[in-house]
Design a protein around this ligand. Structure first.
Ligand code: ZN
Ligand code: FE
Length: 260
């Protein structure tokens, strides 16, 4: 597992299509659009080896048909979602061997955003890697479209069980907006202020704020901090009632973010 590069190909307004490559072969994560991927592969003379899909939304899987016209590829994706172009459905606990990249990926089911959403985790050197689609964002989490708040809460808990040094490759550049909300619900968090400065600086230079890492998310992401007294206090004020269960805190937090 040596010398992997992970490159963000921007797409649409704020999507990142992550390309994992070793300068020869490449795996493509969530290609919502084929054109920018094909340009990148051509420019770098990379040979695609697989497509990895986290969930069925078109900004993540919409580029598949066109990519498959050009390349004959395995397309991994969630077994519990209907995605016509997925030819290698995978489920929680499956291992995917990408031999040309010397990379093994663990499939984790993390439903909530969609019913069958999955993530891909690699215990890799020098850092572990996580591709988590629209479930965990830097300082935020995905909207709950098909699952329940409880499912989303547990999906995020599952991700936080990964090592602190795990690099987190989210599918959207939502960081600054998420930080604005996070500061509202936890104004006393000093790590968050530091992250805001770093993220502002990155965006000023038109650079991605991603990947983030699990240690940063545990310190800053309000959706992973539903047991912290300041957050509980703020969310109780918002919802006008006492919240004792972290799942209830999470649910109210997500509702608040939806209208923020
Ligand atoms: Zn989505
Ligand atoms: Fe998306």
């Amino acid at each position: 597992m040596s010398n992997l590069e992970i490159h963000p190909v921007p797409a649409f307004r704020d999507n990142y299509i992550w390309i994992i490559h070793n300068t020869v072969h490449a795996a493509i994560v969530d290609p919502g659009d084929a054109a920018p991927v094909i340009s990148y592969l051509n420019a770098k003379q990379l040979r695609p080896t697989a497509i990895l899909i986290t969930h069925h939304h078109s900004d993540h899987a919409g580029g598949n048909p066109q990519l498959l016209e050009h390349f004959d590829l395995p397309v991994y994706g969630p077994v519990h979602e209907k995605i016509a172009t997925v030819n290698s459905p995978v489920r929680d606990g499956d291992l995917i061997q990408l031999e040309s990249l010397e990379l093994t990926l663990d499939v984790m089911e993390i439903s909530g955003h969609t019913r069958g959403h999955i993530a891909y985790f690699a215990a890799s050197q020098p850092s572990n890697l996580l591709f988590c689609g629209d479930t965990l964002f830097s300082c935020g989490c995905g909207r709950i479209f098909e699952g329940t708040p409880r499912q989303m809460y547990h999906a995020l808990q599952k991700l936080t069980s990964l090592p602190n040094d795990t690099l987190v490759y989210c599918a959207h550049e939502y960081t600054l907006g998420n930080i604005a909300f996070a500061r509202t619900v936890e104004p006393g968090n000093a790590d968050l202020r530091e992250l805001e400065q770093r993220a502002n600086e990155m965006r000023r230079q038109h650079l991605p704020t991603l990947p983030t890492d699990m240690a940063t998310e545990k310190a800053c992401n309000p959706f992973l901090r539903c047991q912290h007294p300041e957050i509980i206090r703020c969310v109780e004020q918002f919802s006008g009632r006492k919240l004792t269960d972290p799942v209830d805190v999470f649910t109210a937090l997500r509702e608040w973010k939806n209208i923020f």
